[in-house]
Design a protein around this ligand. Structure first.
Ligand code: GLP
Length: 258
């Protein structure tokens, strides 16, 4: 696992974007795993600037969102389908038909999850999965005690997640209780993982994920078992890392060929 500590959110977005851009330049038909939430917005904005300047194109790339709320109206601005369309598809000029979001309004939710997994497989798997992390360590909506073997499925949101996400809704009671999320097993199948986190509210989760024991109590700790995972954090999110000096030293002396 590579841990990169940068001064602030701007630098996190820029460096994370350069990693994603490298993947897309090497393979313009790359398959991206797309996270919602506030964490990757700086990354998307930085990629958007490269697209606007004509330095990068997602016209041949595909995308798979991590998760979606169950039952949220299709036109609700906080449905992840709407967020992905606004923050990613429009900004990065993906072809809309190549971007998939789990269908949280399907009459058969289990079938929708199977279909989503089939679509990822048919696309050849995810080349780079972008991730944020919840304050309780969730990735996607894989709440604490999620199985490391899990696939895309229905989950119940933790009260902490509902409280954290209430800021996007008029009231906490408007936050859906259920969601569809890629499983931890699904996420781990991606060829590369890139997790971004900023701010002191993420410090406990980052310490647990990077340096704690691998435990389903902190679902993101499964990244320790991935062969190509990069975690990019700002100084605030890094402040509980015991080996912060080592990560800074490693990054400052990064082998140019790696
Ligand atoms: C949300 C999403 C996650 C996201 C996380 C953190 O509930 N389902 O994919 O990574 O919580 O959100 P934020 O980046 O806004 O802190």
């Amino acid at each position: 696992m590579e841990v990169i500590i940068l001064p602030g959110a701007t630098e996190v977005g820029e460096v994370a974007a350069s990693l994603v851009a490298d993947v897309v330049r090497a393979n313009p038909a790359a398959v991206l795993g797309l996270a919602t939430g506030s964490s990757p917005l700086g990354l998307y904005a930085a990629l958007g600037r490269q697209v606007a300047e004509g330095d990068l194109s997602f016209s041949r790339a595909s995308g798979f969102a991590l998760d979606e709320y169950v039952g949220i109206p299709a036109d609700h601005p906080q449905s992840y389908a709407a967020v992905i369309e606004r923050e990613v598809v429009d900004l990065l000029q993906f072809r809309p038909s190549r971007v998939h979001v789990p269908d949280g309004r399907a009459s058969d939710l289990n079938a929708a999850c199977v279909r989503f997994e089939d679509d990822i497989r048919a696309a050849g798997g995810v080349d780079i999965q972008i991730l944020g992390v919840g304050a309780n360590g969730h990735i996607g909506f894989n709440e604490p005690t999620s199985s490391f073997a899990s696939r895309t499925r229905v989950k119940t949101l933790a009260p902490k997640t509902i409280a954290d996400n209430a800021r996007f809704f008029e009231a906490a009671s408007d936050v859906p209780i259920h969601c569809l999320t890629q499983g931890l097993g699904t996420i781990m199948d991606a060829r590369r993982l890139l997790l971004v986190a900023t701010g002191a509210a993420k410090a406990e989760a980052i310490a647990a994920i990077v340096e704690g024991p691998v435990s389903s109590m902190w679902p993101g700790s499964i990244l320790q078992h991935h062969r190509h995972a990069t975690i990019i954090v700002d100084a605030e999110a890094a402040r509980r890392l015991e080996l912060a000096e080592y990560y800074r030293h490693t990054y400052a002396n990064k082998n140019p060929v790696s």
